[in-house]
Design a protein around this ligand. Structure first.
Ligand SMILES: *[C@@H]1O[C@H](CO)[C@@H](O)[C@H](O)[C@H]1NC(C)=O
Length: 294
């Protein structure tokens, strides 16, 4: 997994959770509950412990409006787009202070999420509540409201206090996020099919949830062990991306190279044989001449 994708798994990927629609045969309510539970289990600490950590949550205004119209204010369930730079905070008990662990600028894309649904670390939801579109703030989040004792993907160590410089780029009641392509993300070997193992790996990594039989059976209607593009039940964006299996491409390229080398080699062989043959002929001629002279 790439360095910065780890944080995306915690921030951006989970923001797609609200978009998972229950397929036929799966109860939407149950699916939502299971996913909400999975999301909550990603947050460290009990509600009481988190309450206790609230005093260590700091939001400092840097620039931009402190007051605005209601429509530009971040509220629960609104859609929010932010630019951010995440670092290990000053005074963090673990980690290398000041080290950038993720940034929308490095990533080349904003973090877009639905507010107050646990799609981002709790502290990030709490700290951004009530902010205006266009504001810059500095946010410090204690571990209990961020990634707890577990940390995140080895990049944010357990027990780390984290810091964000955040710019609130957009606040909206409309979901402006592009549809998340679950297919592309689950199909890790890029063979154009999602196996149960690929789906399970994805769900475990991003939601700490498995793939129950009902879900898999709905995703693999013809029971061939794979969920193909048409069978696939989760959001998959507009259209299928061109699927290239790099291994196959590499193999093909190597095979072509080998074939070319071989034909070159056999051409050389043929030339060598010909040369040998004409040498023999020449020698034979010489012999004839000598014989004739005798
Ligand atoms: C506010 O955030 C934007 C986007 O990150 C940045 O370009 C700008 O410099 C920030 N303003 C201040 C005063 O830090």
């Amino acid at each position: 997994m790439k360095l910065f994708n780890v944080f995306a798994a915690a921030l951006a990927v989970t923001s797609a959770v609200a978009q998972i629609e229950a397929p036929d045969g799966v109860d939407q309510g149950e699916l939502n509950e299971a996913l909400a539970e999975a999301m909550n289990s990603m947050q460290p600490g009990t509600p009481q412990e988190q309450q206790g950590a609230m005093e260590d949550l700091k939001v400092v205004h840097i620039d931009g409006p402190l007051e605005c119209e209601e429509e530009d204010t971040i509220e629960a369930s609104k859609y929010v787009s932010v630019e951010y730079v995440g670092t290990i905070a000053e005074g963090s008990e673990t980690g290398e202070i000041g080290k950038i662990f993720d940034s929308s600028f490095i990533r080349g894309q904003t973090l877009d999420f639905q507010h107050s649904l646990g799609q981002v670390p709790r502290g990030f939801d709490f700290a951004t509540r009530g902010l205006c579109q266009g504001v810059n703030v500095s946010i410090t989040i204690p571990p209990l409201l961020a990634f707890g004792d577990e940390g995140n993907g080895g990049i944010i160590p357990g027990g780390a206090t984290i810091h964000f410089n955040v710019f609130v780029k957009k606040v909206s009641v409309e979901d402006f996020r592009p549809e998340y392509n679950f297919f592309e993300h689950m199909d890790s070997d890029k063979d154009g099919l999602v196996s149960r193992k690929e789906m399970t790996d994805f769900m475990l990594l991003n939601y700490r949830a498995g793939v129950p039989d009902e879900l898999w059976n709905a995703a693999d209607k013809n029971g061939d062990g794979y969920s193909d593009w048409n069978e696939f039940i989760f959001d998959k964006g507009e259209k299928k991306k061109r699927v290239i299996n790099q291994d196959d491409e590499d193999k093909k390229a190597k095979a072509a190279l080998l074939a070319a080398e071989e034909s070159e080699a056999s051409k050389d062989d043929a030339e060598a044989e010909e040369a040998e043959a004409s040498k023999d002929e020449a020698e034979a001629d010489v012999e004839e001449i000598t014989t004739a002279q005798e």
